[in-house]
Design a protein around this ligand. Structure first.
Ligand SMILES: NC(=O)c1ccc[n+]([C@@H]2O[C@H](COP(=O)([O-])OP(=O)(O)OC[C@H]3O[C@@H](n4cnc5c(N)ncnc54)[C@H](OP(=O)(O)O)[C@@H]3O)[C@@H](O)[C@H]2O)c1
Length: 271
């Protein structure tokens, strides 16, 4: 996301980040049509990823690219539009931007309060039946919404926010529900997001723990997110190669019960 929205790096740097994580073994890349500056720039991140995959020397088929439809960016704002006709048009644009005949994982970016969820999910079921998308996912949804959508189309992933500053996905039972139902949970903004992640290095519990274990505070937080269930997959973002690779290596980090509980108990102020 941060490779394509406001504050994005030069394209060569973005390409270097993508190649570095692919070389390091990352097999899931999350994007969206709206990761761009505004409505005239729709598909920027999808085109960037498609280009990086083309110029990468590795096995393209080993990488799952997950994109989303259901938001729009008029004048750079983030608005919801998950009407079936908009989802159909967005999916066609994403197919072109990604340069594929079938999208691996297509996610409803968020339920649209003006459109019954069943209608949005129905459009995704149709796209799947037409072979334009392989798997269907949801994002920014409650347990009740997951179950409503599942009556219309099989759901393989749910993408909601989860980090130590924002734990609603745990408190409201979405992580547990996904684990019970065998649905992958993609944890977005897993280190806190663009602003809050900057507070991690000064955190009174994380800073000494990071020093003791010789890892970054971001890696600790990613390990904590992953510890919540084997079905939780964090999807951190990065504009810098060293940050991206640090996050990749965090996948190997397992924290002790004591350290996990210390992060559980710690306060993470959003102020
Ligand atoms: N479905 C949704 O509604 C939704 C909403 C938001 C995000 N997302 C998804 O979630 C992804 C991540 O979310 P996010 O960007 O909000 O949050 P994030 O990954 O928690 O934080 C983003 C920033 O944290 C820094 N960072 C990450 N890992 C780091 C590390 N190991 N060491 C040092 N710095 C590190 C990066 O800084 P630098 O840029 O300086 O490298 C990055 O820009 C997005 O790319 C997108 O795919 C989905």
């Amino acid at each position: 996301m941060h490779l394509s929205i406001q504050g994005r790096p030069p394209e060569a740097q973005a390409g270097a980040v993508l190649h570095a994580v692919l070389d390091a073994g990352v097999t899931l890349v999350d994007t969206a049509d709206v990761y761009c500056l505004d409505q005239n720039d729709i598909g920027h991140n999808e085109r960037l990823i498609a280009g990086a995959l083309r110029s990468w020397g590795g096995a393209r088929d080993s990488v799952v690219v997950a994109t989303k439809g259901g938001l729009v960016r008029p004048s750079g704002r983030w608005d919801t539009d998950a009407r079936p006709e908009q989802l159909r048009a967005a999916c066609e644009r994403s197919l072109r931007a990604l340069g594929v005949e079938r999208i691996d994982l297509y996610q409803l970016h968020a339920p649209d309060p003006r459109v019954p969820l069943e209608e949005s999910a129905g459009a995704l079921a149709d796209l799947q039946a037409q072979g334009k998308i392989r798997w269907v996912g949801l994002s920014n949804v409650s347990v009740a919404e997951i179950e409503r959508a599942r009556r219309v189309v099989p759901i393989v992933t749910v993408q909601n926010r989860l980090n130590p500053f924002f734990r609603e996905a745990l408190g409201e039972g979405v992580v547990a529900h996904c684990a019970e139902q065998g649905i992958g949970f993609l944890a977005y903004s897993p280190t806190g997001g663009g602003r809050l992640n900057l507070k991690l290095p000064d955190h009174p519990i994380l800073a000494p723990m990071a020093k003791r274990l010789a890892v970054s505070p971001h890696a600790l937080v990613l390990a904590w997110v992953m510890s919540k269930s084997p079905t939780v997959i964090p999807i951190p973002s990065a504009r810098q190669v060293e940050h991206a690779l640090d996050s990749v290596h965090a996948a190997e980090l397992e924290l002790s019960e004591e350290d996990l509980e210390a992060i559980d108990r710690a306060e993470f102020s959003r102020g």
